[in-house]
Design a binder for this molecule. Structure first.
Ligand code: ASP
Ligand code: MG
Length: 422
């Protein structure tokens, strides 16, 4: 019996009516039962919803943002459907639910939970539109709510998967459906034990595809993107990039760990454990081979370059003339964990601990507040963290030219530098 295939389409692949039509075209001769199509929010919708939230938190007027978001989706629908189509009422209904939720009280304490209840609307709306459009074109898919099968804990914004429960639901609820129909669903969202909406972290739809694939013992996952496959650097930032035809799970995981945004970092591990191949293909050139990520031994002839922007370097200097001890490191990491902040780079010296983290709303402020009595703290913002995997010595200087280097670290396989333009 053929195994289930999982396709994932990100925000760019559904960003306007032409993109949705293109998606439908890709599916036309590929759609089959035992297929799950995972979609993200349309275009930059999640950012738009985040903007609304931050305005609401600051008690600013966000009505214009809401109208823009609604008009954006309505326009896509107008271009895809005849007047009077059922999708318009569904859209209206979803926006009413969103607006009702936005009327509730938001403060810094309930921010994460509120965030999850709001941003998931991007996926709920986009999946409705795409499902209706596919059906209207004769490609019959069944819309399903991912929150019914993706079970998580209550770590809002970065919810952790309850794998056992998720697998049970996938097998009990979705497997029988898949025997007869393809399913279209949302990435990024799940629900906690109390049934409250959760999200899996920004760009988490890839991870959703991997979760569903492992829970249903799928044959493969395909992520459809606006790039020809996995490249050795982001083509928007670097020239002369090269595509990998194949990549080992390990290499792919390393790249994402250091910040390559082509695939969500959590996606690889479950697929690697289950031995499910991951294809990254271009929705602009669907016949092209793309990249296959699977068990393979790669030679590293090309180095991989990953650039993370909006980085903050924070240095904690131990006071009173002592040296850095395990206790100090523990103290810092404890707070980082409580704030759900991940360290992108760490460097220790005799008297200080330096960490590099992503810039995130209020987080730096909170971190400083918690640790200011233990350390003398300094920080620099708006930095870039450049990681080169399997670096070739000769190419390193060109990445430093024109930059001030704040921190540098090299091992046999990895070169990392924190830099800022001079
Ligand atoms: N829409 C969500 C985001 O933009 C999830 C995703 O795109 O994967 O983060
Ligand atoms: Mg996205």
């Amino acid at each position: 019996m053929a195994k289930t295939l999982v396709y994932k389409f990100g925000g760019a692949s559904v960003k306007d009516s032409d993109a949705v039509k293109n998606l439908a075209k890709i599916l036309r001769n590929r759609l089959r039962k035992r297929m799950i199509i995972v979609v993200s929010a349309m275009g930059k919708t999640t950012n738009g919803l985040e903007d609304i939230l931050s305005k609401k938190l600051k008690k600013e007027d966000f009505s214009e943002n809401s109208s823009i978001l609604k008009a954006y989706h309505r326009r896509i629908c107008t271009e895809l459907f005849p007047a009077g189509h059922a999708v318009f009422a569904q859209l209206e209904n979803l926006f009413t639910q969103l607006n009702n939720k936005l009327e509730q009280e938001l403060n810094r304490e309930n921010y994460d939970e509120f965030y999850d209840a709001i941003v998931g609307f991007g996926e709920l709306i986009s999946s409705r539109i795409v499902a209706e459009y596919l059906c209207s074109q004769g490609s019959i898919v069944l819309w399903q709510d991912a929150r019914e099968v993706i079970h998580t804990n209550s770590d809002f914004r970065f919810a952790r998967i309850d794998w056992e429960k998720t697998k049970r639901s996938c097998q009990a609820i979705w497997k029988p459906i898949l025997e007869n129909f393809p399913i279209l669903t949302q990435g990024f969202i799940g629900s906690d034990p109390k049934g409250r909406p959760t999200t899996l972290g920004r760009e988490g739809s890839d991870f959703t595809a991997a979760i569903l694939a492992t829970s249903l013992d799928a044959g493969s996952v395909t992520i459809w993107k606006d790039v020809p496959g996995v490249l050795n650097a982001d083509p928007k930032l670097f020239l002369n990039t090269r595509k990998f035809d194949e990549l080992g799970y390990r290499e792919a995981a390393e790249m994402t760990y250091f910040g390559a945004s082509v695939i969500h970092p959590k996606t690889i591990k479950p697929l690697a454990n289950a031995g499910i191949p991951l294809f990254v293909k271009s929705f602009l050139d669907p016949e092209a081979s793309g990249t296959k990520i699977h068990e393979n031994v790669s030679a590293h002839e090309v180095s991989t370059i990953v650039l993370k922007k909006d980085q903050i370097l924070v240095s904690f200097k131990v006071t009173d003339f002592t040296f850095v001890e395990e206790m100090h490191i523990h103290r810092v990491y404890e707070q980082l964990q409580a704030l759900k902040l991940r360290v992108n780079m760490l460097q220790l010296s005799a008297i200080s601990i330096s960490i590099v983290i992503d810039a995130q709303l209020f987080k730096l402020e909170q971190l400083l507040e918690k640790l200011k009595s233990d350390f003398e703290i300094r920080y620099n913002e708006e930095l870039e963290l450049l990681t080169i995997l399997h670096p070739k010595a000769a190419e390193i200087p060109k990445f430093l030219d024109g930059y001030e280097v704040l921190l540098e670290q090299a091992s046999r396989n990895t070169f990392q530098v924190v830099r800022r333009k001079v």
